[in-house]
Design a protein around this ligand. Structure first.
Ligand SMILES: [Ca+2]
Length: 481
Protein backbone atom coordinates (compact mmCIF):
# COMPACT_ATOMS: atom_id res chain seq x y z
CA UNK A 1 0.00 0.00 0.00
CA UNK A 2 1.33 3.41 -0.95
CA UNK A 3 3.46 5.13 1.70
CA UNK A 4 2.44 8.58 0.43
CA UNK A 5 -1.04 7.91 1.74
CA UNK A 6 0.48 7.11 5.14
CA UNK A 7 2.55 10.34 5.12
CA UNK A 8 -0.35 12.55 4.09
CA UNK A 9 -2.52 11.39 6.94
CA UNK A 10 0.10 10.77 9.62
CA UNK A 11 0.05 14.36 10.86
CA UNK A 12 -3.55 14.11 12.06
CA UNK A 13 -4.04 10.45 12.83
CA UNK A 14 -2.46 7.11 13.22
CA UNK A 15 -3.60 4.15 11.27
CA UNK A 16 -3.25 0.48 11.27
CA UNK A 17 -3.90 -1.41 8.13
CA UNK A 18 -4.30 -5.08 7.52
CA UNK A 19 -5.39 -5.99 4.03
CA UNK A 20 -8.39 -4.00 2.91
CA UNK A 21 -10.23 -3.30 6.17
CA UNK A 22 -8.38 -0.65 8.15
CA UNK A 23 -8.69 0.67 11.69
CA UNK A 24 -8.01 4.27 12.42
CA UNK A 25 -7.92 6.32 15.55
CA UNK A 26 -7.75 10.04 16.32
CA UNK A 27 -4.31 11.26 17.29
CA UNK A 28 -4.75 15.01 17.76
CA UNK A 29 -7.55 15.25 20.26
CA UNK A 30 -10.20 13.46 22.29
CA UNK A 31 -13.87 13.60 21.44
CA UNK A 32 -17.24 13.03 23.03
CA UNK A 33 -18.96 9.90 21.68
CA UNK A 34 -21.00 12.01 19.23
CA UNK A 35 -17.92 13.93 18.07
CA UNK A 36 -16.01 10.68 17.71
CA UNK A 37 -18.69 9.17 15.55
CA UNK A 38 -18.87 12.29 13.42
CA UNK A 39 -15.09 12.18 13.02
CA UNK A 40 -15.15 8.54 11.96
CA UNK A 41 -18.00 9.04 9.52
CA UNK A 42 -16.31 12.07 8.01
CA UNK A 43 -12.92 10.51 7.38
CA UNK A 44 -13.66 6.80 7.39
CA UNK A 45 -16.72 4.62 7.56
CA UNK A 46 -17.87 4.59 11.20
CA UNK A 47 -16.90 3.80 14.78
CA UNK A 48 -15.65 0.23 14.94
CA UNK A 49 -18.10 -2.60 15.12
CA UNK A 50 -16.41 -5.43 16.96
CA UNK A 51 -17.33 -8.69 15.32
CA UNK A 52 -15.30 -11.34 17.07
CA UNK A 53 -12.68 -12.13 19.71
CA UNK A 54 -9.93 -12.25 17.12
CA UNK A 55 -10.67 -8.66 16.24
CA UNK A 56 -10.60 -7.58 19.90
CA UNK A 57 -7.24 -9.27 20.42
CA UNK A 58 -5.90 -7.65 17.33
CA UNK A 59 -7.00 -4.14 18.41
CA UNK A 60 -5.66 -4.56 21.95
CA UNK A 61 -2.31 -5.64 20.56
CA UNK A 62 -2.03 -3.02 17.81
CA UNK A 63 -3.32 0.21 19.36
CA UNK A 64 -1.28 2.38 21.75
CA UNK A 65 -2.29 2.86 25.41
CA UNK A 66 -4.39 5.95 26.09
CA UNK A 67 -5.48 6.85 29.63
CA UNK A 68 -9.07 7.68 28.52
CA UNK A 69 -9.25 4.73 26.17
CA UNK A 70 -11.28 4.56 22.90
CA UNK A 71 -14.93 4.97 21.91
CA UNK A 72 -16.47 2.12 19.93
CA UNK A 73 -19.70 1.90 17.92
CA UNK A 74 -22.10 0.68 20.63
CA UNK A 75 -24.69 2.90 22.27
CA UNK A 76 -27.75 2.47 24.44
CA UNK A 77 -30.81 3.31 22.35
CA UNK A 78 -34.20 3.08 24.05
CA UNK A 79 -32.60 1.12 26.88
CA UNK A 80 -31.04 -1.45 24.51
CA UNK A 81 -27.32 -1.73 23.68
CA UNK A 82 -27.17 -1.29 19.91
CA UNK A 83 -24.52 -1.46 17.19
CA UNK A 84 -24.97 2.01 15.71
CA UNK A 85 -23.58 1.07 12.29
CA UNK A 86 -26.19 -1.60 11.67
CA UNK A 87 -28.76 -0.50 14.34
CA UNK A 88 -28.86 -4.13 15.43
CA UNK A 89 -29.16 -5.00 19.12
CA UNK A 90 -26.09 -6.40 20.84
CA UNK A 91 -26.54 -10.13 21.21
CA UNK A 92 -25.64 -12.05 24.36
CA UNK A 93 -22.97 -14.02 22.48
CA UNK A 94 -21.24 -10.90 21.21
CA UNK A 95 -21.06 -9.24 24.67
CA UNK A 96 -17.54 -8.46 25.85
CA UNK A 97 -18.11 -6.44 29.06
CA UNK A 98 -15.36 -5.97 31.65
CA UNK A 99 -15.97 -7.48 35.06
CA UNK A 100 -18.81 -5.66 36.84
CA UNK A 101 -19.85 -3.75 33.71
CA UNK A 102 -22.10 -2.34 32.42
CA UNK A 103 -22.71 -0.77 35.83
CA UNK A 104 -24.41 2.44 34.63
CA UNK A 105 -22.89 4.48 37.43
CA UNK A 106 -24.87 7.68 38.10
CA UNK A 107 -27.39 6.36 35.61
CA UNK A 108 -25.90 8.22 32.61
CA UNK A 109 -23.51 5.67 31.16
CA UNK A 110 -25.04 5.19 27.67
CA UNK A 111 -21.89 4.87 25.49
CA UNK A 112 -19.20 2.18 25.31
CA UNK A 113 -15.41 2.36 25.49
CA UNK A 114 -12.86 -0.39 24.94
CA UNK A 115 -9.93 -0.81 27.32
CA UNK A 116 -6.73 -0.96 25.31
CA UNK A 117 -3.44 -1.99 26.94
CA UNK A 118 -5.03 -1.76 30.46
CA UNK A 119 -3.41 -3.76 33.22
CA UNK A 120 -6.64 -5.59 33.95
CA UNK A 121 -9.62 -6.45 31.74
CA UNK A 122 -7.72 -5.28 28.69
CA UNK A 123 -9.77 -5.50 25.47
CA UNK A 124 -13.02 -5.51 27.47
CA UNK A 125 -15.88 -2.98 27.32
CA UNK A 126 -17.11 -0.45 29.84
CA UNK A 127 -20.18 1.81 29.75
CA UNK A 128 -19.34 5.47 30.12
CA UNK A 129 -21.16 8.83 29.98
CA UNK A 130 -21.32 9.86 26.29
CA UNK A 131 -20.02 13.36 27.12
CA UNK A 132 -16.61 12.04 28.23
CA UNK A 133 -13.77 12.72 25.80
CA UNK A 134 -11.86 9.78 24.38
CA UNK A 135 -10.07 8.76 21.25
CA UNK A 136 -12.22 7.78 18.30
CA UNK A 137 -11.59 4.25 17.10
CA UNK A 138 -12.73 4.12 13.48
CA UNK A 139 -12.67 1.61 10.68
CA UNK A 140 -12.81 1.91 6.95
CA UNK A 141 -15.03 -0.63 5.31
CA UNK A 142 -13.43 -2.98 2.90
CA UNK A 143 -16.64 -3.74 1.04
CA UNK A 144 -16.96 -1.61 -2.07
CA UNK A 145 -20.11 0.43 -2.79
CA UNK A 146 -21.27 -2.40 -5.08
CA UNK A 147 -19.50 -5.35 -3.58
CA UNK A 148 -19.51 -9.04 -4.46
CA UNK A 149 -20.67 -8.39 -8.04
CA UNK A 150 -24.00 -7.47 -6.44
CA UNK A 151 -24.65 -11.20 -6.27
CA UNK A 152 -23.88 -11.64 -2.58
CA UNK A 153 -23.62 -10.12 0.89
CA UNK A 154 -20.30 -8.44 1.67
CA UNK A 155 -19.07 -9.33 5.18
CA UNK A 156 -16.33 -7.26 6.76
CA UNK A 157 -13.47 -9.25 8.27
CA UNK A 158 -10.24 -8.14 9.87
CA UNK A 159 -8.37 -6.41 7.16
CA UNK A 160 -10.53 -7.88 4.49
CA UNK A 161 -14.02 -8.90 3.53
CA UNK A 162 -15.70 -11.97 2.35
CA UNK A 163 -18.59 -12.43 -0.02
CA UNK A 164 -21.50 -14.57 1.03
CA UNK A 165 -22.90 -15.32 -2.39
CA UNK A 166 -26.61 -15.50 -3.04
CA UNK A 167 -27.88 -18.90 -4.18
CA UNK A 168 -26.83 -19.60 -7.75
CA UNK A 169 -23.52 -17.70 -7.54
CA UNK A 170 -20.04 -18.60 -6.36
CA UNK A 171 -16.43 -17.49 -6.48
CA UNK A 172 -14.56 -14.93 -4.31
CA UNK A 173 -16.53 -12.05 -5.83
CA UNK A 174 -19.62 -14.15 -6.61
CA UNK A 175 -18.78 -13.62 -10.27
CA UNK A 176 -19.35 -17.25 -11.20
CA UNK A 177 -22.84 -18.50 -12.00
CA UNK A 178 -24.05 -22.00 -11.28
CA UNK A 179 -24.17 -23.94 -14.52
CA UNK A 180 -26.89 -26.34 -15.60
CA UNK A 181 -26.48 -29.06 -18.20
CA UNK A 182 -27.53 -28.10 -21.71
CA UNK A 183 -31.00 -29.31 -22.43
CA UNK A 184 -31.82 -31.83 -25.11
CA UNK A 185 -34.14 -31.40 -26.91
CA UNK A 186 -33.43 -27.70 -27.10
CA UNK A 187 -36.35 -25.54 -26.15
CA UNK A 188 -36.89 -21.86 -26.53
CA UNK A 189 -34.63 -20.53 -23.77
CA UNK A 190 -34.03 -17.18 -22.14
CA UNK A 191 -30.86 -16.69 -20.16
CA UNK A 192 -30.45 -14.22 -17.31
CA UNK A 193 -26.76 -14.64 -16.51
CA UNK A 194 -25.41 -16.86 -19.27
CA UNK A 195 -26.27 -19.83 -21.47
CA UNK A 196 -27.93 -22.58 -19.40
CA UNK A 197 -27.03 -21.06 -16.04
CA UNK A 198 -28.92 -20.27 -12.85
CA UNK A 199 -32.12 -18.43 -13.78
CA UNK A 200 -32.24 -19.66 -17.39
CA UNK A 201 -35.69 -20.83 -18.43
CA UNK A 202 -36.52 -23.06 -21.35
CA UNK A 203 -39.97 -23.69 -22.80
CA UNK A 204 -40.74 -26.75 -24.85
CA UNK A 205 -43.25 -27.54 -27.53
CA UNK A 206 -43.74 -30.46 -29.88
CA UNK A 207 -44.28 -30.77 -33.60
CA UNK A 208 -47.77 -31.24 -34.98
CA UNK A 209 -49.09 -34.66 -34.04
CA UNK A 210 -46.99 -34.91 -30.89
CA UNK A 211 -47.87 -34.15 -27.29
CA UNK A 212 -45.42 -32.83 -24.72
CA UNK A 213 -44.87 -35.19 -21.83
CA UNK A 214 -43.74 -33.42 -18.68
CA UNK A 215 -43.75 -29.75 -17.74
CA UNK A 216 -43.82 -27.17 -20.49
CA UNK A 217 -41.18 -24.93 -18.93
CA UNK A 218 -37.97 -25.64 -17.05
CA UNK A 219 -35.75 -23.46 -14.93
CA UNK A 220 -32.10 -23.83 -13.96
CA UNK A 221 -32.03 -23.78 -10.16
CA UNK A 222 -29.33 -22.49 -7.82
CA UNK A 223 -28.35 -26.14 -7.35
CA UNK A 224 -27.41 -26.45 -11.01
CA UNK A 225 -30.32 -28.75 -11.78
CA UNK A 226 -33.33 -28.21 -13.97
CA UNK A 227 -36.80 -28.13 -12.46
CA UNK A 228 -39.10 -30.93 -13.58
CA UNK A 229 -38.20 -34.02 -15.53
CA UNK A 230 -36.68 -33.94 -18.96
CA UNK A 231 -39.56 -33.40 -21.35
CA UNK A 232 -40.18 -35.51 -24.38
CA UNK A 233 -42.64 -35.55 -27.21
CA UNK A 234 -44.93 -38.50 -27.76
CA UNK A 235 -47.00 -39.13 -30.85
CA UNK A 236 -50.70 -38.45 -30.30
CA UNK A 237 -52.61 -41.70 -30.08
CA UNK A 238 -55.76 -42.68 -31.94
CA UNK A 239 -58.28 -45.30 -30.75
CA UNK A 240 -57.16 -48.84 -31.52
CA UNK A 241 -58.77 -50.12 -34.73
CA UNK A 242 -60.03 -53.62 -35.45
CA UNK A 243 -60.39 -55.54 -38.67
CA UNK A 244 -63.98 -55.62 -39.95
CA UNK A 245 -65.95 -58.85 -39.60
CA UNK A 246 -65.17 -61.10 -42.57
CA UNK A 247 -62.25 -58.82 -43.29
CA UNK A 248 -58.65 -58.02 -42.58
CA UNK A 249 -56.68 -55.00 -41.47
CA UNK A 250 -53.07 -54.22 -42.29
CA UNK A 251 -51.52 -51.29 -40.42
CA UNK A 252 -48.21 -49.51 -40.70
CA UNK A 253 -47.12 -47.48 -37.70
CA UNK A 254 -44.75 -44.57 -38.04
CA UNK A 255 -44.28 -43.49 -34.41
CA UNK A 256 -46.07 -46.16 -32.38
CA UNK A 257 -49.08 -48.45 -32.45
CA UNK A 258 -52.16 -46.53 -33.60
CA UNK A 259 -50.56 -43.11 -33.24
CA UNK A 260 -50.21 -40.04 -35.39
CA UNK A 261 -49.16 -41.10 -38.89
CA UNK A 262 -50.33 -44.71 -38.57
CA UNK A 263 -52.27 -45.96 -41.58
CA UNK A 264 -54.51 -49.01 -41.71
CA UNK A 265 -55.70 -50.67 -44.88
CA UNK A 266 -58.82 -52.85 -44.96
CA UNK A 267 -59.84 -55.75 -47.13
CA UNK A 268 -62.65 -58.30 -47.09
CA UNK A 269 -62.72 -62.06 -47.39
CA UNK A 270 -63.62 -63.68 -50.67
CA UNK A 271 -67.23 -63.08 -51.56
CA UNK A 272 -67.49 -59.95 -49.44
CA UNK A 273 -67.19 -56.43 -50.55
CA UNK A 274 -65.71 -53.57 -48.54
CA UNK A 275 -68.13 -50.81 -47.68
CA UNK A 276 -66.39 -47.65 -46.52
CA UNK A 277 -62.81 -46.42 -46.93
CA UNK A 278 -60.06 -48.78 -48.06
CA UNK A 279 -57.63 -47.14 -45.65
CA UNK A 280 -57.70 -44.78 -42.70
CA UNK A 281 -55.03 -42.56 -41.19
CA UNK A 282 -54.49 -41.37 -37.64
CA UNK A 283 -54.52 -37.54 -37.68
CA UNK A 284 -52.83 -35.02 -35.40
CA UNK A 285 -56.20 -34.60 -33.68
CA UNK A 286 -56.09 -38.19 -32.44
CA UNK A 287 -58.92 -39.22 -34.74
CA UNK A 288 -59.06 -41.47 -37.79
CA UNK A 289 -59.92 -40.25 -41.24
CA UNK A 290 -63.08 -41.76 -42.76
CA UNK A 291 -65.69 -43.99 -41.19
CA UNK A 292 -65.46 -47.56 -39.95
CA UNK A 293 -65.51 -49.86 -42.96
CA UNK A 294 -67.35 -53.16 -42.98
CA UNK A 295 -67.59 -56.17 -45.23
CA UNK A 296 -70.80 -57.01 -47.00
CA UNK A 297 -71.80 -59.85 -49.27
CA UNK A 298 -71.80 -58.67 -52.85
CA UNK A 299 -75.49 -58.34 -53.59
CA UNK A 300 -77.79 -56.61 -55.99
CA UNK A 301 -78.44 -53.00 -55.13
CA UNK A 302 -81.97 -51.87 -54.20
CA UNK A 303 -84.05 -51.46 -57.38
CA UNK A 304 -81.33 -53.28 -59.28
CA UNK A 305 -80.07 -56.64 -60.34
CA UNK A 306 -76.84 -58.58 -60.08
CA UNK A 307 -75.62 -60.87 -62.81
CA UNK A 308 -72.48 -62.81 -61.94
CA UNK A 309 -70.34 -65.22 -63.87
CA UNK A 310 -67.91 -67.37 -61.91
CA UNK A 311 -64.71 -68.70 -63.38
CA UNK A 312 -63.54 -70.97 -60.54
CA UNK A 313 -65.83 -70.78 -57.59
CA UNK A 314 -68.79 -68.66 -56.52
CA UNK A 315 -67.68 -65.15 -55.60
CA UNK A 316 -64.01 -66.08 -55.85
CA UNK A 317 -61.03 -65.02 -57.89
CA UNK A 318 -62.14 -64.52 -61.47
CA UNK A 319 -65.80 -63.93 -60.67
CA UNK A 320 -67.31 -60.96 -62.48
CA UNK A 321 -70.55 -59.33 -61.46
CA UNK A 322 -72.49 -56.88 -63.54
CA UNK A 323 -75.07 -54.55 -62.05
CA UNK A 324 -78.15 -53.09 -63.64
CA UNK A 325 -80.99 -50.95 -62.43
CA UNK A 326 -84.74 -51.13 -62.98
CA UNK A 327 -86.46 -48.71 -65.33
CA UNK A 328 -86.62 -45.30 -63.77
CA UNK A 329 -83.36 -45.78 -61.91
CA UNK A 330 -79.85 -44.81 -62.85
CA UNK A 331 -76.76 -46.79 -61.89
CA UNK A 332 -74.22 -45.06 -59.63
CA UNK A 333 -70.80 -46.59 -58.92
CA UNK A 334 -69.26 -49.47 -60.78
CA UNK A 335 -71.29 -51.16 -63.48
CA UNK A 336 -69.27 -54.31 -63.10
CA UNK A 337 -66.85 -55.56 -60.49
CA UNK A 338 -64.32 -58.32 -60.57
CA UNK A 339 -62.86 -60.43 -57.79
CA UNK A 340 -59.08 -59.97 -57.94
CA UNK A 341 -56.31 -62.36 -56.91
CA UNK A 342 -56.00 -60.51 -53.57
CA UNK A 343 -59.62 -61.33 -52.72
CA UNK A 344 -60.94 -57.84 -53.16
CA UNK A 345 -63.47 -56.54 -55.62
CA UNK A 346 -62.47 -53.95 -58.15
CA UNK A 347 -64.47 -50.75 -58.37
CA UNK A 348 -66.79 -49.07 -55.93
CA UNK A 349 -70.11 -49.91 -54.34
CA UNK A 350 -73.01 -49.85 -56.76
CA UNK A 351 -76.40 -48.32 -56.09
CA UNK A 352 -79.46 -47.43 -58.11
CA UNK A 353 -80.69 -43.90 -57.81
CA UNK A 354 -84.22 -43.00 -58.82
CA UNK A 355 -84.58 -40.61 -61.74
CA UNK A 356 -85.73 -37.18 -60.66
CA UNK A 357 -88.28 -34.96 -62.44
CA UNK A 358 -88.50 -31.17 -62.00
CA UNK A 359 -90.56 -30.12 -58.97
CA UNK A 360 -94.16 -29.28 -59.90
CA UNK A 361 -96.40 -26.68 -58.37
CA UNK A 362 -100.17 -26.21 -58.30
CA UNK A 363 -101.69 -23.96 -61.01
CA UNK A 364 -102.92 -20.49 -60.00
CA UNK A 365 -106.44 -20.73 -58.48
CA UNK A 366 -105.90 -24.46 -58.21
CA UNK A 367 -104.54 -27.29 -56.14
CA UNK A 368 -102.23 -30.20 -56.68
CA UNK A 369 -102.24 -33.60 -55.00
CA UNK A 370 -99.18 -35.77 -55.55
CA UNK A 371 -98.32 -39.32 -54.61
CA UNK A 372 -94.67 -40.34 -54.63
CA UNK A 373 -93.49 -43.89 -55.07
CA UNK A 374 -89.70 -43.57 -54.60
CA UNK A 375 -89.19 -39.99 -53.50
CA UNK A 376 -90.53 -36.47 -53.99
CA UNK A 377 -91.07 -35.77 -57.71
CA UNK A 378 -89.18 -38.82 -58.90
CA UNK A 379 -89.90 -41.63 -61.30
CA UNK A 380 -93.42 -42.98 -60.64
CA UNK A 381 -94.69 -39.86 -58.87
CA UNK A 382 -98.14 -38.74 -60.06
CA UNK A 383 -99.72 -35.38 -59.46
CA UNK A 384 -103.45 -34.61 -59.85
CA UNK A 385 -104.72 -31.06 -60.38
CA UNK A 386 -107.93 -29.33 -59.22
CA UNK A 387 -109.32 -25.85 -59.66
CA UNK A 388 -111.13 -23.66 -57.16
CA UNK A 389 -114.88 -23.37 -57.46
CA UNK A 390 -115.76 -21.10 -60.40
CA UNK A 391 -112.63 -22.01 -62.34
CA UNK A 392 -112.24 -24.62 -64.99
CA UNK A 393 -109.17 -26.79 -65.47
CA UNK A 394 -107.51 -26.41 -68.84
CA UNK A 395 -105.01 -29.17 -69.62
CA UNK A 396 -104.36 -32.62 -68.15
CA UNK A 397 -106.03 -33.66 -64.91
CA UNK A 398 -102.89 -35.49 -63.82
CA UNK A 399 -99.25 -35.82 -64.83
CA UNK A 400 -96.70 -38.55 -64.20
CA UNK A 401 -92.92 -38.51 -63.83
CA UNK A 402 -91.49 -40.77 -66.53
CA UNK A 403 -88.25 -42.76 -66.65
CA UNK A 404 -86.90 -39.98 -68.87
CA UNK A 405 -87.06 -37.54 -65.96
CA UNK A 406 -89.87 -35.57 -67.65
CA UNK A 407 -93.56 -35.14 -66.84
CA UNK A 408 -96.34 -36.33 -69.09
CA UNK A 409 -98.57 -33.63 -70.53
CA UNK A 410 -98.32 -29.87 -70.31
CA UNK A 411 -98.83 -27.73 -67.20
CA UNK A 412 -102.60 -27.26 -66.64
CA UNK A 413 -104.27 -23.91 -65.94
CA UNK A 414 -107.39 -22.80 -64.08
CA UNK A 415 -109.48 -20.38 -66.17
CA UNK A 416 -112.29 -18.04 -65.17
CA UNK A 417 -115.70 -18.68 -66.85
CA UNK A 418 -115.89 -15.37 -68.91
CA UNK A 419 -112.92 -16.33 -71.02
CA UNK A 420 -114.78 -19.56 -71.93
CA UNK A 421 -117.04 -17.88 -74.61
CA UNK A 422 -115.07 -19.42 -77.39
CA UNK A 423 -115.90 -22.90 -76.14
CA UNK A 424 -117.28 -24.77 -79.16
CA UNK A 425 -120.48 -26.24 -77.66
CA UNK A 426 -121.83 -23.11 -75.98
CA UNK A 427 -123.69 -20.38 -78.01
CA UNK A 428 -121.92 -17.10 -78.26
CA UNK A 429 -123.71 -13.79 -78.72
CA UNK A 430 -121.10 -12.60 -81.14
CA UNK A 431 -121.34 -15.56 -83.47
CA UNK A 432 -124.39 -15.98 -85.78
CA UNK A 433 -126.44 -18.89 -84.54
CA UNK A 434 -127.40 -19.96 -88.01
CA UNK A 435 -125.27 -19.56 -91.05
CA UNK A 436 -126.67 -19.62 -94.61
CA UNK A 437 -125.45 -23.12 -95.48
CA UNK A 438 -127.11 -25.02 -92.60
CA UNK A 439 -130.18 -22.90 -93.11
CA UNK A 440 -130.38 -24.11 -96.66
CA UNK A 441 -129.88 -27.66 -95.59
CA UNK A 442 -132.52 -27.22 -92.92
CA UNK A 443 -134.89 -25.85 -95.45
CA UNK A 444 -134.07 -28.73 -97.74
CA UNK A 445 -134.94 -31.25 -95.03
CA UNK A 446 -138.05 -29.49 -94.01
CA UNK A 447 -139.22 -29.30 -97.65
CA UNK A 448 -138.64 -33.08 -98.01
CA UNK A 449 -136.20 -32.65 -100.85
CA UNK A 450 -134.34 -35.88 -101.43
CA UNK A 451 -130.69 -36.41 -101.78
CA UNK A 452 -129.67 -38.84 -104.55
CA UNK A 453 -129.98 -42.48 -103.47
CA UNK A 454 -131.83 -41.69 -100.33
CA UNK A 455 -135.23 -43.02 -99.45
CA UNK A 456 -138.21 -40.94 -98.59
CA UNK A 457 -137.65 -38.73 -95.56
CA UNK A 458 -138.55 -40.48 -92.33
CA UNK A 459 -137.37 -37.96 -89.84
CA UNK A 460 -139.84 -35.91 -87.99
CA UNK A 461 -139.28 -32.15 -87.62
CA UNK A 462 -137.83 -32.54 -84.07
CA UNK A 463 -135.23 -35.04 -85.28
CA UNK A 464 -134.45 -32.85 -88.22
CA UNK A 465 -133.87 -29.97 -85.93
CA UNK A 466 -131.37 -31.94 -83.89
CA UNK A 467 -129.59 -32.90 -87.13
CA UNK A 468 -129.37 -29.36 -88.21
CA UNK A 469 -128.00 -28.44 -84.79
CA UNK A 470 -125.20 -30.94 -85.21
CA UNK A 471 -124.37 -29.47 -88.58
CA UNK A 472 -124.43 -26.04 -87.15
CA UNK A 473 -122.01 -27.15 -84.45
CA UNK A 474 -119.67 -28.67 -86.95
CA UNK A 475 -119.64 -25.47 -88.90
CA UNK A 476 -118.82 -23.51 -85.80
CA UNK A 477 -115.94 -25.80 -85.15
CA UNK A 478 -114.68 -25.13 -88.64
CA UNK A 479 -115.03 -21.41 -88.15
CA UNK A 480 -112.96 -21.52 -84.99
CA UNK A 481 -110.29 -23.71 -86.46
CA1 LIG B 1 -19.11 1.62 33.59
Amino acid sequence: VGSSYFLALSCTLLWVEVGAWTYHYSDQGDYTWEQARNYCQTFFTDLVAIQNQQEIEYLNRSLPYHARYYWIGIRKLGGVWTWVGTRKALTKEAENWALGEPNNRRSNQDCVEIYIQRPQQSGKWNDEPCSRKKKALCYRASCQPFPCSQRGECVETIGSYRCECYPGFHGPECAEVVQCAELEPKGVCSHLHGDFTFGSTCAFSCQTGFALMGPQSHECTAMGTWTGNTPHCEAITCPVLRAPDQGEMNCSHLHGDFTFGSTCAFSCQTGFVLMGPQSRECTAMGTWTGNTPHCEVLSAPDQGELDCSHLHRDFAFGSTCAFSCQTGFVLMGSQSRECTATGTWTGDATRCEVIVCPVLSAPAQGEMNCSHLHGDFTFGSTCAFFCQTGFVLMGPQSRECTAMGAWTGDPPQCKAPQVMSRHPWLPSPHVPTISPVPLMLLLCFISSCQLPGAGPPKQRPAELLSHSWELHLQLHVHLFL
